[in-house]
Design a protein around this ligand. Structure first.
Ligand code: G
Ligand code: G
Ligand code: MN
Length: 346
């Protein structure tokens, strides 16, 4: 893909490495001229040093990768591996190995949570949420293993696995008219993966699901942190007909001017504002303003974390489009989700 490794056999520690890193950065900062177009290419360099950062090739490569991921975020363009980057490396390593095993042994499961059209009360979609039942440790929440998957590069196979499973599980419901849409979460790293649009296309074709039936949820910060690259990939997904949803909206630092230009279809108000909306006037103001902002930008607005009927009624008053939360249903296994969908029309 777009990743390259450089080996510096005679470098001895940070002091020897830094000048070369600076030279690489400045060489890449000069635009490349191709057929009279000048192309600006970004670069992020992750550095691991033998033997402190690993004695084996695999460890050096993996740690360089962890460092590169941090380089993408630190604005400097490079980062040295530092074992505090992945604090409990050992725990992480075993979890990584187990996660890889889980992918093949199917202890990972996709659950579905209903999304409700506020105007009619009908189920208008489902969000696919990953669940991992560890053989000895029990349920491990995605908040715990998704970051590990991100740091170790497992996130790409994991994401495609979730997408593949979700489409496989939903295709009949979609075809029978019992479900309109399925939403899958994309993590930060997926928006760095230039192959993403093609992979999504391949999986849609595999399950014969029209692109219009798929929503991809991307958290606000992910879009804003690496806006240029994300924008390009989002444009391709949008052109295919996929809906793009800005997840956890309100927790990041969106530039509204920028949001306006993104090919997004949906804003999901973060649950931290929705949970307390009936008791906290500031949260209520944020929810109200976000619904209005979304509508003025021509977007569908979803509230997540709807736990009570009172919140649902409040959203109705605000003309919020879609409601999601424990009040309507928790994330549940597919068999159970199928039962709350309308029966097949005959
Ligand atoms: O219920 P919940 O605990 O499912 O999810 C916690 C967090 O994990 C949420 O932010 C959710 O978006 C994320 N998450 C759940 N499933 C997936 C998944 O399949 N892929 C990614 N990238 N994130 C997920
Ligand atoms: O970040 P994302 O929106 O993808 O994550 C959805 C998360 O919100 C999941 O962890 C899901 O289990 C959780 N969730 C969904 N509905 C509710 C709710 O009504 N209350 C709370 N506290 N969490 C919810
Ligand atoms: Mn989500």
């Amino acid at each position: 893909g777009d990743e390259f490794a450089a080996v510096l056999p005679i470098a001895d520690g940070i002091d020897d490495t830094l000048p070369l890193v600076k030279r690489l950065l400045s060489a890449m900062a000069t635009p490349f001229v191709v057929e009279q177009n000048s192309l600006h290419i970004g670069i992020s360099i992750g550095i691991a040093i033998y033997p402190d950062d690993g004695a084996r090739r695999e460890d050096l490569m993996r740690h360089a990768d962890v460092a590169m991921y941090h380089a993408k975020q630190n604005q400097r363009g490079f980062a040295f591996y530092d074992n505090t980057l992945d604090k409990n490396s050992l725990a992480l390593l075993t979890l990584e190995a187990e996660l890889l095993k889980a992918l093949t042994e199917e202890t990972l499961q996709v659950y579905f949570q209903p999304k409700i059209a506020v105007a009619t009360g009908a189920i208008c979609g489902a969000e696919a949420l990953l669940r991992w039942r560890h053989p000895t440790r029990g349920w491990i929440p995605p908040d715990e293993f998704i970051p590990i998957a991100e740091d170790t590069g497992l996130i790409e196979p994991l994401t495609y696995w979730v997408l593949d499973r979700s489409l496989a599980l939903c295709r009949d419901w979609l075809r029978e008219g019992r479900l309109n849409n399925v939403a899958v979460n994309l993590s930060a790293r997926c928006l760095h993966d230039e192959a993403l649009p093609l992979q999504v296309r391949r999986l849609l074709d595999k399950h014969a699901v029209p692109a219009e039936r798929l929503t991809l949820e991307v958290t606000e910060n992910v879009i804003m942190n690496d806006a240029k690259r994300a924008h390009n990939i989002l444009l391709q997904l949008d052109a295919m007909g996929i809906s793009i949803s800005v997840d956890d909206f309100g927790t990041g630092h969106s530039s509204l001017a920028y949001l306006k230009r993104l090919p997004v279809d949906e804003l999901k108000i973060d649950k931290s504002f929705v949970l307390e909306v009936m008791n906290n006037p500031n949260d209520a103001a944020i929810v109200r303003a976000t619904v209005e902002l979304g509508h003025n930008l021509g977007l569908r607005v979803v509230a997540e974390g709807v736990e009570t009927e009172a919140i649902f009624n409040y959203l109705k008053q605000l003309n919020c489009d879609v409601s999601q939360g424990y009040f309507h249903g928790r994330p549940m296994p597919p068999e159970q989700f199928s039962e709350i969908l309308l029966p097949v029309q005959v």
